[in-house]
Ligand binder design. Sequence first.
Ligand code: KG4
Ligand code: ZN
Length: 349
Amino acid sequence: MSIYDKPTDQDAYILAVETSCDETSVAVVKNGREVLSNLIFSQIETHKAFGGVVPEVASRKHVESITQMLEEAVVQSGIAPAQLSAVAVTQGPGLVGALLVGIMAAKSLAFALDKPLIGTHHIAGHIYANRLVQEIEYPCMALVVSGGHTELVLMEKEGHFRLIGRTRDDAVGEAYDKVARALGFPYPGGPYVDRLAHEAEQATLLPRSWLEPDSYDFSFSGLKSAVLNVLNQSRMRGEEPDLAAIARGFQESVIEVLVEKAVRAVRETGAKELLLCGGVAANRGLREALAQRCDQEEIVLRIPPLKYCTDNAAMIGAAAYLKWKSGEFAPQTMKAEPGLSLEAWSVED
Ligand code: KG4
Ligand code: ZN
């Protein structure tokens, strides 16, 4: 329970903070839909030198920029601090040290302004990024594809999440980044593999990981190993591997499985829409294949603009609005939850 009353039907101005990985972001969002400001500071240049995100470095970079970004996001929104309705922050999943920086900042601000605090789920944010651009029709299915997640989420109604499929090993973005590294690209390598795949004249045939026939789960680590095998074998034969063909073969395998499982999930659950969310939604091959297949199957496909697909605080403001409406606020003792469950985060009936 919280010390705050259940909100009235007045406009809600939610200040949202996102620091779960390597983007520091602060936004002000009106009624879960209208983005008044959305500042994003990417740390990618810093982490590139290490070939991946270094958790301690990520936390330190968040600390360096968060205070100034909070101030700037409020100024840009044109909303006076006293007018804010609540302060929301990503509680999990994510890197614990990185999450903590955002949580401490959000708690301090909520305490100083005497505003309610809303702990928000990062994946709910990726899904509700769609709400920043259009209404969502329920029941709907979300295909979440990011650096840390690959999930099929059924939402029978607003704010209710049921995980019907997830990766059993690597997330799809993680697999892209590892394959990219093996092909000689810098971190994060997903976009390089995507680009190279489009330049290829042929595709190396690589396995598809379907798992059990009725499963909505995913697995990408076997595919990643298959790529490494192809590279090693051609080098052992003294041949130069055809990197473009390998990139295309990898991309075709990933996309075929994602598209098939997502379409089957929509069909079998009677979902009215398919939402594509997360950073890998930037993948041109995936967008094209999914759009084409959904067109054939007469499935409504929604993909938010790229700026809302990758990590940002506006999406956290959109998801937090669900909890604002249900009056579910977090105590000042809220902790970072690196393994926060999406289903458990569903709004109360
Ligand atoms: O959602 P996101 O910004 O961060 C997480 O929450 O993980 O996703 C980042 C991931 C990285 O793994 C990156 O390589 C991948 O998205 N990515 C792509 C593309 N653009 C970004 N993967 C494949 N093709 C792309 N065009
Ligand atoms: Zn993310």
